[in-house]
Design a protein around this ligand. Structure first.
Ligand code: GLC
Ligand code: GLC
Length: 829
């Protein structure tokens, strides 16, 4: 466990990492923003903050919201799963909130898929373990209360959750209806939430406890009392449950339990928040009485604290296995904790939830983004290959015959979202990235032959390979005046809206304007076309589709020529041509002279490597865009609204896509630096951004164990302040950059490529990589103090040529010794 570090007088101690247990330990509940964790990895998901705030949902955060949560509320983060301990006049909660009664001790441990919160007051200790077990649609709360004092204690324990009336959007707007629909049933110690079950719903939820209760409440207004908040509910203050039964208004579930504890004694209770789906003919056990069998089965399955402990153990085992697929042992424990624990964990969260539900995404907005979900696979394909395969096929099914795609699809229906439509012209290419990552990881070329519908219409199907080909064609068929790809609504940068021209604040920058504009071109898409076009060509050759490969090669060569002719600005690459054919991202402009996106992609595309332009562009990034907390997106930021650029110029300077550190794209620069061999710089950028290195957490505000989408840039009023943690492509791209380009262990079709690019003062490091069923124990040594270059590799003591370690037999293990230094052999990749 890491000793808590103070670096400057103004940093307050908020918590520390416990790497051994793979937990982050928060020791002060007053974090600058709620620091959250995610429970659940299959169908049942929960967000839980360090004070037990948050909510739960089944699969879809909008349509199947189980508990209510009010975003951007005051006091902040009110609403969650609360336990009140009442002893005489004293009322407190183990997570500090909602009562905010001062505690003698507090600790929140966020682990992988579980959270444990412990509070202590006047010789009583209450700890609550929250977990969503594998294989069950329930959230378990194991509450343990210990009497640390020498006298007998009599307390009353109250639980509380507030039901959401399923559709989270309606729930927070349609009060004229939903104040009349709420219904519950109470049976023993179980409160069932059955709103709308009488008509079209086939699901209900429950909140139970495994002990007898003194009483219960299900009517929020009776429980809280008029005009009260969660901090001092009338029922808790009075100490007596009302046994209220909700009819409309706002149903809740609260239990009241009498607890008597002798000196040193402790007691444990298991609460369960569960969800069940029933077939139509089994919905009722009697008229108006719901069929409780599925709830009872799960309540019995987790009948005591030991069952909860076992669920946590099973989850630990699950993560042991997942994390053993890539594990580094280096001289820097911060690096190890990012690569081995928190970054892959965040990658799985983004895989599961895309951009739907976090403390910045309200769970009622976007579905699965086409570009986001494809890129997310970069960090999760090795953790969930079978699910990744299905994800790729689902995404591909939203493509049109002309290669364009729906920008988003709905997770419940898997259908493209017609409201947003398409015309984000980078989208199709990201599917090549994800498919290639999948095949290199798994060796499963059969995915290319899978029949996949166009536009979700099964009668119009073609192989996945044909879909990839359509992605290529979409670019080829949509070139502008400089033979560069037309940008459409926007490319990766959603806010560079070159065909929008909006003067009406009530319009969306994303969907307004003329997406078919035939002039505005994207240099980023041009470079992506070269990177993913080359990968496509290599893949086609690999599966003997030489004609397809040759065709793509012709267009890639043309694109390279167009980039070389039209995209160099003297010291960096241009960003775009606008709808008037003017350059964007040029030294000739006052603002927005340089943009980050093309500078890393050039090196990735192999453009400018020979004539030094790629390095020059990266040097310009170091000079103009890099700052203490990362690399800003553009510089100088726009200070006024530009009709011809759209949303990018709508943000105040230094924030979001206008001069913010938009963390997602920083790894493109790290990868670019790794490609040109500058490992010191690549890692320096990595370190500036990685959460585990951040020391001034009051400034950063957000979790030190999760990447944020954006950190305020150097021109902002609050540089270094992070926003929008968790659901961001930053997770996948940073994982990709550090594991495959800096540590340099890269899956390929026929083996594992070893191509590190590290700081020259590193002596070496070890990596365990489980790949294609075999285990590689890789030992990398750097006796000559180089950044890059493999001098020799031996596998089980026998030297190999080149730097691609061939695949051993599945189930076997091999030891790979790598010596860095002046290359003895030409490298293969
Ligand atoms: C958001 C979007 C992503 C986009 C990025 C840059 O993170 O989810 O699709 O690429 O912003 O605008
Ligand atoms: C806004 C955000 C951007 C996001 C987009 C789509 O433009 O700045 O990050 O990708 O909305 O929701």
């Amino acid at each position: 466990m890491d000793a808590p570090r103070h670096t400057s007088a103004d940093t307050r101690l908020l918590g520390h990492f416990d790497d051994k247990r793979r937990e982050y330990v928060i020791t002060d509940p007053r974090t600058p923003f709620p620091w959250i964790n995610y429970l659940g990895c299959e169908d049942f998901f929960s967000l839980i903050s360090n004070t037990a705030g948050g909510y739960s949902f089944y699969r879809d955060a909008k349509l199947r919201r189980l508990t209510r949560y009010r975003y951007n509320n005051v006091p902040a983060d009110d609403g969650g799963r609360y336990f009140y301990i009442r002893e005489g006049d004293s009322i407190w909660a183990p997570g500090w909130k909602p009562c905010r009664t001062a505690l003698d001790d507090y600790e929140c441990r966020h682990g992988l898929g579980y959270t444990q919160i412990r509070g202590q007051k006047d010789g009583l200790r209450a700890s609550v373990l929250f977990v969503v077990p594998l294989g069950a649609n329930v959230e378990l709360h194991r509450v343990r209360i210990e009497n640390l004092s020498t006298r007998e204690r009599r307390i009353r324990l109250f639980s509380l959750i507030e039901w959401c009336l399923w559709n989270a959007s309606d729930d927070s707007t349609n009060f004229q209806r939903n104040f009349s629909t709420g219904e519950v049933e109470v049976e023993g110690s179980v409160v069932y939430h059955k709103t709308e079950f009488r008509e079209r719903r086939d699901h209900y939820a429950w909140y139970s406890v495994n002990d007898d209760v003194r009483g219960f409440d299900t009517d929020r207004d009776k429980f809280l009392g008029p005009y009260n908040g969660f901090d001092r509910p009338a029922v808790v203050v009075d100490g007596e449950p009302r046994n209220s039964v909700a009819h409309g208004w706002s149903p809740i579930a609260s239990h009241c339990i009498d607890v008597a504890l002798g000196p040193g004694e402790s007691k444990e209770f298991v609460f369960q928040l569960g969800y069940a789906v029933l077939p139509e003919k089994h919905k009722w056990s009697a008229p108006g009485v719901i069929n409780k069998a599925p709830a009872k089965e799960l309540i019995a399955r987790y009948a005591d604290g030991a069952a909860v402990e076992a669920a946590v153990e099973a989850l630990r085992g699950h993560w042991d296995e997942l994390l053993s697929r890539f594990a580094v042992r280096s001289a820097d424990h911060r690096l190890d904790r990012m690569v081995n624990i928190w970054n892959p964990y965040q990658c799985m969260v983004t895989f599961n939830l895309s951009r739907s539900a976090s403390y910045f995404e309200a769970g009622i907005g976007r579905g699965m983004g086409f570009r986001d979900s494809n890129q997310d696979l970069l960090g999760s394909v090795h953790l969930a290959p079978a699910r990744a395969r299905q994800r790729i096929l689902d995404l591909a099914a939203t493509q049109f015959e002309d290669g364009s795609v729906f920008h988003q699809y709905q997770p419940l229906t898997k259908r493209g979202n017609a409201k947003i439509g398409g015309n984000f012209n980078d989208d199709p290419l990201w599917m090549i990235l994800s498919t290639i990552a999948y095949i290199k990881e798994t060796g499963d070329f059969t995915i290319l032959d899978e029949p996949v519908p166009f536009e979700n219409d099964i009668s119009r199907s073609a192989s996945l390979l044909a879909h990839l080909q359509a992605s290529i064609e979409h670019v080829v068929n949509n070139l502008g005046p400089h033979d560069l790809p037309l940008i459409g609504r926007a490319d990766w940068n959603d806010c560079l809206n070159l065909n929008c021209f909006s003067i009406n604040p009530d319009e969306s920058f994303q969907t307004t304007g003329n997406p078919d504009g035939r002039v505005a071109e994207s240099v980023l898409i041009a470079m992506m076309f070269v990177v993913y076009g080359r990968e496509f060509i290599r893949l086609c050759r690999r599966v003997d589709r030489h004609e397809m490969a040759g065709h793509a090669q012709t267009h890639v060569d043309r694109m390279i020529a167009a980039i070389e002719t039209h995209c160099w600005d003297g010291n960096w690459y241009l960003r775009a041509y606008d709808a008037d054919g003017n350059r964007v991202g040029t030294h000739r402009s006052e603002e927005g002279r340089i943009f980050i996106e093309p500078q890393g992609f050039a090196a990735m595309a192999g453009i400018g490597l020979e004539d030094g332009r790629a390095e020059r562009a990266l040097d310009s990034v170091a000079e103009l865009l890099a700052c203490d907390y990362g690399i800003v997106l553009n510089y100088p930021a726009y200070t006024s609204y530009h009709l011809e650029y759209g949303e990018i110029s709508s943000y105040p300077p230094g924030y979001k896509e206008n001069g913010g550190i938009f963390c997602h794209n920083n790894p493109w620069i790290m990868i670019g630096e790794a490609i040109v061999g500058r490992g010191d710089r690549a890692f320096d950028y990595y370190r500036r951004l990685a959460p585990a290195w951040q020391e001034n957490l009051d400034l950063r505000k957000l979790e030190p164990y999760a990447y944020a989408q954006m950190v305020a840039g150097k021109e902002a009023v609050t540089p270094g302040e992070a926003k929008n943690s968790w659901l961001t492509g930053t997770a996948a791209w940073n994982y990709h950059a550090i594991t495959e380009f800096i540590l340099g262990i890269r899956p390929d079709y026929d083996g594992l490529v070893i191509d590190p690019c590290i700081p020259s003062d590193w002596d070496g490091y070890d990596v365990t990589r489980r790949f294609r069923g075999a285990t590689f124990e890789i030992h990398i040594r750097n006796p000559h103090g180089v950044c890059k270059g493999v001098a020799s590799i031996s596998v089980d003591g026998a030297a190999i040529a080149g730097n691609r370690v061939p695949l051993p037999e599945p189930g076997s293990a091999c030891r790979v010794d790598v010596v860095l230094g002046p290359a003895a052999e030409a490298r293969t990749a």
